[in-house]
Ligand binder design. Structure first.
Ligand code: SAM
Length: 250
């Protein structure tokens, strides 16, 4: 598994090409009622370029706090939510007091964290009683194993391979996607094909995958963890991911 600083350096490079995520607000609203966000304290855990943080601000959160291991991503995120509180931190060791947040959002992060068990404990610790956490991560299955095998191969390849694969993929993937689904990739997500190939195939180290049972067990008996099915438009992402809603009783 890659160290937290290797992850940070990799995502500093990915974020340089990041496009604004048009679907951020839609996904948040599909999973958390607006009234549970308005005037509440929100944590965006592994905020990347900060599109979800900004969307929480738009919905009317009282405060938006966010962290990531990538300083390049944080720089972009601060620009999108100037009133937010941003920090460089890892999901497995949070610099916040227990029971600090009403809403915690962690989209596409848990599978990169070296100590996922500690990360799940930290989410439960900083969530307030009555609060809700949404965690979207990689699901154990054929597609995620396929991607993990690709990432293992390409992330260890010599550095000249990366630009070749990115520019070749940029041409081939849209053709294959249209052939298989009848839709252009940009109809599925506002992320560019280049960014998706980069983050999926060149991410350093191993990515973990999770079953629902592992997530339920990982978050533990003090919370209620259930699976949710957000309208993720990106077909590959939908087939490889799992989303859970974690509720902490009052
Ligand atoms: C696929 S991106 C998702 C970013 C953002 N949540 C989004 O959906 O736009 C994964 C993010 O996880 C961050 N990350 C990786 N390991 C992390 C860790 N241990 N703690 C916090 N963030 C981490 C990366 O820096 C990157 O920004």
């Amino acid at each position: 598994m890659a160290s937290v600083s290797q992850q940070g350096q990799f995502w500093d490079r990915v974020t340089e090409q990041a496009q604004p995520l048009d679907e951020a607000l839609r996904l948040i609203e599909s999973l958390i009622p607006t009234e549970a966000i308005r005037d509440r304290d929100v944590l965006d855990a592994g905020c990347g370029a900060g599109d979800y943080s900004a969307a929480f601000g738009q919905v009317g959160a009282r405060s938006v706090t966010a962290f990531d291991v990538s300083t390049g991503s944080l720089r972009l995120a601060v620009g999108k939510t100037p009133a937010g509180r941003f920090a460089r931190a890892s999901l497995s060791e949070l610099p916040y007091r227990s029971a600090s947040f009403d809403v915690i959002w962690s989209w596409g992060v848990l599978h990169y964290v070296p100590n996922a068990q500690a990360a799940m404990r930290e989410i439960v610790r900083v969530l307030r009683p009555g609060g809700v956490a949404v965690v979207h991560t990689l699901r154990t299955g054929f597609w995620s194993s396929f991607e993990a095998a690709g990432a293992k191969l390409f992330s260890a390849a010599p550095s000249w391979v990366e630009p070749l694969v990115l520019s070749g993929g940029e041409r081939i993937v849209p053709l294959v996607t249209r052939l298989l689904t009848g839709r252009r990739p940009e109809e599925q997500t506002s992320k560019t094909v280049r960014q998706k190939i980069h983050e999926r195939l060149f991410v350093p180290g191993e990515q973990r995958t999770f079953t629902l049972e592992q997530l339920v067990k990982g978050f533990g008996p003090s919370v209620e963890t259930s699976q949710a099915h957000p309208p993720v438009a990106d077909l590959l992402n939908r087939n490889m991911s799992i989303t859970v809603v974690v509720r902490k009783p009052r």
